[in-house]
Design a protein around this ligand. Structure first.
Ligand code: SF4
Length: 173
């Protein structure tokens, strides 16, 4: 990324974060993940089902074949992806939607927005912040990478891709 993203963050000065996927973490943030899918995301994923299904865990494959990629549960009006065996339906040694996107030249083609933004979130006034243990009533205490002690690297440096996605969202919506 050539230009630094300047998205205001409530805790931008102090937040630290470093994703170590493939360097000791196999994608723990997909554990119990139930992302909500927007209409366009659901549509794109459904269109790609023939490519996605062979990449899934066998038990997850059965769920998709039996009942599709979302449940009847909703959050903020969005249907939720089911969990299988304690992991997001799309988890198989990492996020299958991410892997398929990478194969096709765009890591974010199929990845739900909620997952693409992680660990960025907004408060009830629409102000962005970095999820951190002990901050803003963060509930996912066990997730090591949300612990500010995990890394000394500034989140505003390591999360440039996520910040760019958030900034675009601010402009578009
Ligand atoms: S964001 Fe955290 S839990 Fe998810 S893959 Fe990276 S290090 Fe692992």
């Amino acid at each position: 990324m050539n230009q630094r993203v300047q998205l205001p963050l409530l805790n931008g000065q102090e937040a630290t974060f470093e994703c170590v996927y493939g360097r000791g973490c196999e994608g723990l943030c997909c554990q119990n993940g139930r992302p909500g899918l927007r209409d366009d995301e659901l549509h794109r994923i459904r269109e790609a089902i023939p490519k996605i299904v062979p990449m899934l865990r066998p038990a997850a494959r059965k769920i998709v074949q039996r009942s599709g990629v979302v449940t009847r549960r909703t959050r903020d009006g969005l249907p939720l992806v089911p969990v299988q065996g304690g992991w997001c339906l799309f988890f198989n040694e990492g996020c299958v939607l991410h892997k398929l996107g990478v194969q096709e030249g765009d890591a974010y083609r199929y990845k739900p927005l909620q997952c693409a933004l992680f660990p960025l979130l907004w408060d009830d006034q629409g102000r962005w912040y970095v999820r951190q243990k002990g901050y803003m009533n963060e509930t996912w205490d066990e997730l090591f990478c949300l612990n500010p002690q995990h890394s000394q690297r500034k989140a505003i440096d390591t999360l440039q891709t996520e910040l760019a996605i958030a900034a675009k969202l601010n402009v578009d919506e």
